[in-house]
Design a protein around this ligand. Structure first.
Ligand SMILES: [Zn+2]
Length: 284
């Protein structure tokens, strides 16, 4: 069975773009019979806040979106699904990743990387908290084009941070590979992350994850044409309104007649064949 998930980060209040991603995820999952989970990515202890965690549950309730696996409340999340409860699993996963020929440890400071390129690759530097980070050497994958992304053109992503915590790419793959194959519905801004995670999964030979289906949907922009994001201070969802306008927006983005509630949106969505294009790593 395919596994889909809402995967918000509790580092800010959710905005319309997040809500639309949840709606698309729900639609795809319900249409294709995937199970839905809720994964709250609280990897960054400095930016993740309790008020944002409870806001996630409120937003999903406001949108009328259902999911199939716990956590179903903030308390349940803190008790059983927070970063602390998954840390050991990430550390185990790290051992496999660190052993790959295509990863290396880098001890460059941010400033050094701004001024010159990293020369740590062949130095066999040990991974030590507060001193070094683990990175994926993308130059090792010259001909890999995944989801229209030429991996060799990207900067080497950090997999394990200097602070001694997993970076998003590693944590996300570690979580998803447990539930794979996945139905990953993401905004277009995560296309490069999808490529990096798929590359890593292939290198680690994580077969079920490699059979995952990826959907990348367009992002909505604000009035000035900027893509909505928490870092651009997109306004938070306003729970005093009805969420109807978001269902209408979602139907328009999907090329459907305006739908005013989730049931009619799912019905209309179910009748059409495909949206946004989907693929399994560009191997067609
Ligand atoms: Zn370096």
């Amino acid at each position: 069975m395919l596994y889909a998930r809402f995967a918000p980060t509790p580092s800010g209040f959710l905005h319309e773009g997040n809500a639309l991603n949840f709606i698309f995820t729900w639609l795809y999952a319900r249409k294709y019979g995937a199970k839905i989970g809720l994964r709250i990515d609280d990897l960054d202890p400095f930016r993740c806040k309790d008020k944002y965690v409870s806001y996630i549950f409120k937003a999903l309730e406001w949108l009328n979106l259902t999911w199939d696996e716990p956590p179903f409340s903030a308390q349940e999340f803190y008790n059983f699904f927070s970063y602390e409860s998954k840390r050991q699993r990430y550390e185990k996963f790290l051992l496999h990743v660190k052993a790959l020929k295509s990863t290396y440890v880098c001890s460059c400071s941010r400033k050094q990387l701004q001024n010159s390129s990293c020369t740590c690759k062949d130095k066999n530097i040990p991974l030590v908290q507060n001193k070094s980070a683990l990175k994926l050497n993308l130059k090792a994958f010259k001909d890999e084009v995944l989801f229209d992304v030429n991996c060799a053109n990207l900067a080497d992503p950090v997999l394990w941070r200097k602070e001694g915590v997993p970076a998003y790419q590693l944590a996300s793959l570690c979580d998803d590979s447990l539930k794979a194959p996945c139905l990953l519905v993401r905004g277009d801004d995560l296309r490069e992350s999808s490529a990096i995670q798929m590359l890593l999964a292939k290198t680690l030979n994580l077969k079920p994850f490699c059979d995952s289906i990826f959907i990348h949907h367009p992002l909505i922009a604000d009035k000035s044409g900027k893509k909505l994001s928490k870092s651009h201070l997109a306004p938070p969802l306003d729970f005093s309104k009805t969420p109807q306008f978001l269902y209408v927006k979602a139907s328009k983005m999907l090329g459907l007649e305006p739908c005013y509630d989730l049931d009619s949106l799912l019905e209309a969505f179910g009748k059409k064949e495909s949206f946004f294009g989907s693929n399994t790593g560009g191997e067609k």
